[in-house]
Design a protein around this ligand. Structure first.
Ligand SMILES: Cc1cc2nc3c(=O)[nH]c(=O)nc-3n(C[C@H](O)[C@H](O)[C@H](O)COP(=O)(O)OP(=O)(O)OC[C@H]3O[C@@H](n4cnc5c(N)ncnc54)[C@H](O)[C@@H]3O)c2cc1C
Length: 331
């Protein structure tokens, strides 16, 4: 392998976190390679209006915003491969990873592969995504002021989303497959005490109803005990059945929590492998917003820059860093 074949920074993932890391590392003259994934742009590509990203007073379409993030990083020299990384080897530096048979090498890697909101798998759900079907109440609740919505799910996040939606919607119907909840009792009690929330239990969604112009009008629900089907009128349809971090690729290479999210140290984006950093939803199951993903993308870029500066300065790091050494203040 030639020295010139070794990248200083490679970013895996092309969502808000990855493109922000690309912008910062490109402006630091590190000419990052962004392997942005076949589904470049990330989760915001399946939504319409984004109204909570600072700097867009009139809102912006999700795909347009991601195109602009990408263009801004490109302007400063970021290079892109629009494909998925298929294998990684983080056992020694420079790190190795592959896009099919093509092998790449890099001194540092920023993982920004995000997460995927679980879907019900209905054709009608897919057709109406961004047109009334949503996976994020914090993002989209305000579009349903004085409207009626359905929330699907029985965990804490479904209860949280339902409660949040009552700030805007006049009625929130929670549809859940069982008559017991995975959610903690306190969250269920809070939801039950909210007079705008109704529960339809032991029931599954058969179809999301919508107009030809692409607007949700309701849902067909089947009672799993009686097999009876009913229609619930609604303007919005929120799926709250969890998220899956896109980390299968890194299993066995990097520390993850029980949910499969990459573990980062303290206030940094460092993983347990020095030189590998993680940003965005792939390491955050709490906030899950574009702005927080972009924020940690910036942090990862700065962490990678400092790491490289250390290498150049001859500060050698053990592959698994000592906890005390790992804090940026000590670099
Ligand atoms: C429908 C919907 C609406 C939303 N609306 C809003 C909103 O209005 N405001 C807001 O702040 N947030 C919103 N969110 C949340 C927001 O989209 C996420 O928090 C944010 O996109 C996370 O950014 P990320 O860069 O961490 O990951 P993602 O956006 O998930 O991007 C991950 C990237 O990694 C790539 N990738 C995955 N695996 C590989 C691989 N093996 N190789 C290479 N690349 C790979 C993917 O292709 C993708 O490009 C919404 C989410 C959804 C689902």
């Amino acid at each position: 392998m030639n020295e010139s074949d070794i990248r200083k920074v490679t970013i895996i993932g092309g969502g808000p976190a990855g493109y922000t890391a690309a912008l910062y590392t490109a402006r630091a003259n590190l000419t990052p390679l962004v392997i942005e994934g076949f589904a470049w742009g990330g989760q915001l590509m399946i939504t319409s209006d984004v109204e909570n990203y600072p700097g867009y007073p009139d809102g912006v379409l999700g795909p347009q915003m991601m195109q602009e993030f990408r263009a801004q990083a490109e302007r400063f020299g970021a290079e892109f491969i629009t494909d998925d990384v298929t294998r990684v080897d983080f056992s020694e530096r420079p790190f190795r990873f592959w896009v099919d048979d093509e092998e790449h090498h890099s001194e540092t890697v920023i993982i920004a592969t995000g997460a995927v909101a679980r879907q019900l798998g209905l054709e009608s759900e897919q057709k109406l995504q961004g047109a009334g079907v949503s996976y994020c109440a914090v993002c989209d609740a305000a579009f349903f002021r004085d409207k009626e919505v359905v929330v699907v799910g029985g965990g804490d996040s479904a209860m949280e989303e339902a409660i949040f939606l009552t700030k805007f919607a006049t009625k929130v119907t929670v549809v859940h497959r069982r008559d017991e909840f995975r959610a903690s009792p306190i969250m269920v009690d809070r939801a039950r005490a909210n007079e705008r929330i109704e529960f339809v239990l032991d029931s599954a969604v058969e179809e999301v109803l919508g107009t030809d112009e692409g607007r949700v009008t309701g849902a067909v629900i089947r009672n799993l005990r009686t097999e009876e089907t009913t229609e619930i009128p609604a303007d919005g349809f929120f799926v709250a059945i969890g998220h899956d971090p896109s980390t299968a690729l890194f299993r066995g290479q990097i520390d993850m929590d029980v949910g499969g999210y990459i573990e980062t140290r303290g206030k940094t984006t460092e993983t347990n492998v020095p030189g590998v950093f993680a940003a965005g939803d792939v390491q955050d199951h709490v906030y899950r917003q574009a702005v927080t993903a972009a924020g940690t993308g910036c942090q990862a870029a700065l962490d990678a820059e400092r790491f490289l500066a250390d290498l150049e300065g001859g500060v050698e790091r053990p592959l698994v860093a000592d906890e005390a050494l790992a804090t940026p203040q000590n670099w």
